[in-house]
Design a protein around this ligand. Structure first.
Ligand code: ADP
Ligand code: MG
Length: 696
């Protein structure tokens, strides 16, 4: 089925088929992301106005939209052209005024003849103690009362699309709705009390009270579920395709892991052990592993990754670990090299910096199988990089790695097991949306003995005090990060601000004590600066967010973040996670520029209150909204028009298990319900999924 089913054609025609929509208005609709009748149907009213007929405006709360029957009184023309035109109106109890600006008297005389009975509807407010209705939206004869909706839906608008246009176009789109076969599991539908799709759409556009606009209204909830379900079907199809693809059975004998575990200075946490058991089982099974390892900052993902790579090596294969930056790749190598030595495993680094002969030699060694574990940046996935026998690919800290990219990686065909590690915890609904095609292991337990980090929120006005304290701390031999503000859209500004801060701190704290790293620096300078900090020769590292993910210098105990209000919560949590890694007590200072907005303050307070990354991520989602939290375009998560990820994580979870079950029972979507689900995929523009079925 590589063509759209005919039954939904009308919903995908040009917008101009709708009442009141010509080419010009259709163009205006584009600003709302509406180009087809389908888009309009999925754009729901967010509010509504009651227009029930009332006896009088007397005693109402103002301002308020009221609909009353009146007897038209005298017309009073404004004295100047710009003055208001006023018409007296008498309802059952009181007299008020209908007010018009830039009025055309002859038109108003026709609409509102003196002495006539009319029904008027509009916003009534008090002006100098007199009730007035400015520009009534309806002025009609009593027998036309039925043309006023008792409850009028309010839609999002854009320039050139009025409420009236919107209502009219939507009404006409509603008439195009076909009756579609049901794709929802009957038991689920019944349990939730959801209407059929057609009724749900219709109902969502014809609310009769504010209560019906609530997200838990059955019609709306069903439509939200449909969006989630379509997305989860896509992910489940990708997952099924992955699982069908032949994998390798990789079963290590355990001898290398035992050596490393014996050499480690600590025991793995329960969570680490559980994650390793999941990974071991996946690798030992003929399906291809596609697993997400989620863990908070400092929960110890690196050692889990390494032990997993050893499984591949134990079985005579190879593994690769890809980090998002050069600094992290290097750091992984440094952290793992001693463990690799314990296990007598050959580990090598490959990054974009390896050129010419050095690179050729590394590639040759890799192809011969002389390198067991390769660590690197995205350079490790370049097309000329060939392995002798690659079994496991680990992608570290890749919150920037979207569904689509992962699917493409999967489609490259190698029967390689894949483990993705996220940098920070993400909220449950986002995890389901972004990683719903994967199996998930969670490190929800931190290694024992960590000291809490004390976090303070301080105004930048007190920067001199902060620097004085820093000087004191340095004299005691402490080490600090100083993270410079994020300047939006401009890496250049980013690093000039870091350079300015660097100069100022160097002047205040002394030459040689302070180092600087930012993304624009030549690599060798960057490495040298990092190395001096890591070895304790430099005590302060001024940095842009290049240090955000993963950097591990356990002796550093102070984190200063300048303009903390400009960072995302997850990012602040991640940055703070750079300290508190050793046995000494750590401090984090969040410097903000006053005045701080109410929400700005609340966000920083959350960090003061908790170090639990999962909790912080939920708060972040609530406060910022999903659209902001994820680079949506890259993440592969569709823009849900009705569903809302902030509050509907359990609906998303239901959609995931339903989708997985359907794809499991009917992998090619050929049953009656499967066919219906295909129509849903078309309806929801899930072209990735459609391609998967077409290939499948
Ligand atoms: P992250 O999950 O943020 O990548 P890391 O893997 O960098 O965390 O681990 C953070 C620190 O915790 C490292 O210094 C590591 O050696 C240490 N570590 C990892 N697991 C344990 C454990 N089970 N017990 C004690 N320390 C551990
Ligand atoms: Mg890490």
């Amino acid at each position: 089925m590589s063509t759209r089913p005919e039954i939904i054609f009308p919903l995908f025609s040009a917008l101009t088929v709708l009442d009141g929509v010509g080419p010009k208005i259709a163009k205006n609709f584009e600003n709302l992301g509406i180009t087809r009748p389908r888009d309009l149907l999925f754009t729901l009213p967010y509010s509504g106005i009651k227009r029930d007929l009332v006896a009088t405006v007397q005693g109402a709360e103002f301002p308020n939209v009221l609909t009353v029957q009146v007897t038209v009184g005298a017309h009073k023309v404004g004295r100047t052209k710009s003055a208001a035109y006023r018409v007296q109106a008498e309802d059952q109890e009181t007299t008020f005024q209908l007010v018009f600006f830039h009025a055309r008297g002859d038109y108003l005389k026709k609409m509102l003849p003196v002495g006539a009975t009319r029904i008027v509807s509009g916003k009534v407010e008090l002006f100098d103690g007199v009730a007035q209705m400015v520009h009534p939206e309806y002025m009609i004869a009593p027998e036309e009362l039925h043309t006023i909706p008792k409850f009028e839906p309010i839609y999002p608008l854009t320039a050139g699309v009025t409420q009236k246009t919107m209502v009219r176009a939507t009404r006409s789109a509603v008439t195009l709705i076909p009756d579609l076969a049901e794709w929802i599991d009957p038991a689920q539908k019944q349990r939730a009390g959801w209407p059929d799709w057609r009724d749900a759409v219709r109902h969502a556009h014809e609310p009769t009270s504010l209560a019906e606009l609530s997200a838990t209204n059955p019609a709306r909830e069903r439509l939200a579920y449909d969006e989630f379900f379509a997305h989860q079907l896509t992910l489940s199809l990708a997952r099924a395709q992955q699982r069908r693809a032949k994998g390798r059975v990789t079963q290590g004998a355990g001898h290398l892991r035992q050596k490393v575990l014996a050499a480690l200075a600590y025991d793995p946490t329960g969570a680490q052990t559980r994650a390793l058991a999941d990974i071991t089982a996946d690798m030992g099974d003929p399906h291809r592993m596609n697993r997400l390892l989620q863990g908070d900052v400092g929960s110890g993902k690196t050692v889990v990754a390494f032990l997993s790579l050893l499984i591949a090596v134990e079985d005579g294969g190879q593994g690769v670990l890809m980090a998002p930056t050069e600094i992290l790749a290097r750091q992984h190598l440094e952290a793992l090299a001693p463990l690799a030595e314990d296990a007598q495993v050959v580990i090598e680094l490959l990054t974009g910096r390896n050129k010419g002969r050095e690179r050729r030699e590394k590639l040759a060694a890799l192809a011969r199988g002389d390198i067991h574990i390769l660590i690197g940046t995205h350079a490790v996935f370049q097309s000329d990089v060939e392995f002798h026998d690659l079994r496991l690919a680990i992608i570290d800290e890749q919150h920037r790695f979207g569904v689509r990219q992962r699917m493409e990686l999967g489609q490259k065909g190698a029967a390689v097991d894949v483990l993705v590690m996220t940098a920070t915890p993400i909220p449950r609904s986002l995890a389901l949306a972004q990683y719903g095609d994967m199996d998930v292991s969670i490190l929800d337990e931190k290694p024992p003995g960590r000291k809490p980090i004390s976090t303070a929120v301080v105004s930048l006005d007190r920067i001199n005090e902060v620097i004085a304290k820093l000087r004191h701390a340095i004299a005691e031999g402490k080490q600090a990060y100083w993270v410079c503000p994020l300047v939006e859209e401009s890496e250049v500004l980013d690093y000039t601000s870091a350079e300015d801060r660097f100069k100022r701190l160097r002047a205040a704290l002394g030459e040689g004590v302070v180092e600087l790293v930012h993304g624009q620096m030549p690599n060798d300078q960057k490495d040298a600066a990092m190395a001096r900090f890591q070895q304790g020769e430099a005590q302060v590292l001024v940095a842009t967010t290049v240090i955000e993910v993963g950097v591990n210098v356990p002796t550093a105990t102070i984190m200063v973040i300048e303009r903390a209000e400009s960072f995302g919560l997850a990012q602040l949590h991640q940055l703070r996670g750079r300290v508190g890694r050793g046995s000494d007590k750590s401090t984090c200072l969040l410097l903000y520029k006053a005045p701080l907005s109410e929400t700005g303050r609340r966000r920083l307070e959350v960090l003061r209150e908790t170090e639990d990354g999962f909790r912080i991520s939920e708060v972040d989602l609530q406060m910022r909204g999903a659209g902001d939290l994820i680079g949506t375009a890259q993440s592969g998560i569709p823009r849900f028009r009705i569903a809302d990820m902030e509050s509907m994580s359990s609906l998303m979870a239901t959609a995931q298990s339903d989708a997985r079950k359907l794809i499991n029972d009917d992998p090619n979507l050929t049953s009656a319900r499967g066919e219906a689900a295909r129509v849903l995929l078309w309806l929801m523009d899930q072209d990735q999924a459609i391609r998967l079925i077409s290939v499948g």
